[in-house]
Unconditional design. Structure first.
Length: 295
């Protein structure tokens, strides 16, 4: 006969991929999502489960509360440091995303959307993620943020207006890849005009060098300004590894066999509208290990 602890552990494992997907949308970080799920398990294993009727909903609520606390602590740190920070991308080799990638990106959570979610207040993000992405009713969301169901609905509505501004990549991956390839060709031959022609006039470039070089991180707007920064993949000694980044075309760059950069392109109507670069070698090793292990 299965004991209560065995039942709980089995139920938690059945829900783990769902809980990780919730945490990833809440936090935009794969490692923090794993930490949140582990923290939730420690809380769950000590809780009284005799009154739990809906295990999946109860576990989702616990993970969401853990994530909300993490978001609030993170927001204080970032307000103090004013750093440019990019969410963790989900990187997979060209081809299929694989089961883990599909679970994380089931509703097309592109990197551009994660960047928008990162700019939301923690309570707004929780209300939007849990209601719009996971269909939790506002009556269940309200106690988590200490608001009435009506106020929780308003939080989600404000978030929704911001999210509508997120760029959605062209669905044709072949066309995306053609734009990315043309970008690197122009960068390597130094064709400034060709680079500008591939960029949307209001293109946004974000570069995250990580905690070791925060002063080097930057945000740049405008086609000409971004084209002048297109140096990371221009080095002919750099190897470009085509990958899927949150389901869209991108590259992992190595130099001398070492991780050098991750470049995520958001391509809309054959123009690059957002270019997000992670240039922190340690972080690249972590998020791109599925690709780097084969190099």
């Amino acid at each position: 006969m299965m004991g209560e602890n065995d039942w709980l552990a089995e139920g938690f494992e059945e829900q783990r991929s769902h809980l990780r997907a919730v945490a990833f949308r809440m936090l935009g970080s794969l490692s923090e999502a794993d930490d949140a799920v582990q923290d939730a398990w420690l809380r769950v294993s000590r809780a009284n489960t005799s009154v739990v009727e809906n295990l999946g909903g109860w576990l989702t609520t616990i993970v969401a509360r853990v994530c909300l606390n993490m978001l609030r602590a993170r927001r204080v740190r970032r307000e103090e440091s004013l750093e440019v920070h990019l969410p963790d991308p989900v990187i997979s080799p060209m081809g299929e995303l694989g089961p883990e990638g599909e679970a994380l990106l089931a509703d097309s959570v592109g990197l551009a959307l994660l960047v928008v979610l990162d700019a939301l207040a923690p309570a707004e993000r929780l209300a939007f993620v849990l209601h719009d992405m996971f269909e939790l009713p506002f009556e269940e969301i309200a106690p988590m943020v200490g608001r009435s169901p009506t106020a929780a609905r308003q939080l989600a509505s404000r978030a929704r207006r911001r999210v509508r501004g997120a760029d959605i990549p062209d669905p044709d991956l072949t066309r995306q890849r053609a734009v990315v390839d043309a970008f690197f060709l122009a960068a390597r031959v130094g064709d400034f005009d060709a680079l500008v022609a591939l960029l949307h006039p209001e293109v946004v470039l974000r570069v995250d060098f990580g905690p070791s070089r925060p002063a080097a991180s930057m945000m740049v707007r405008g086609a000409a300004a971004v084209a002048r920064q297109a140096r990371l993949g221009a080095n002919p000694a750099a190897l470009l590894h085509p990958v899927l980044i949150n389901g869209a075309a991108g590259v992992v760059i190595t130099l001398g066999g070492q991780p050098h950069g991750v470049m995520a392109f958001t391509v809309v109507n054959d123009k690059v509208v957002e270019l997000d670069i992670i240039a922190d070698p340690e972080r690249i090793r972590r998020v791109a290990k599925a690709v780097l292990s084969g190099t």
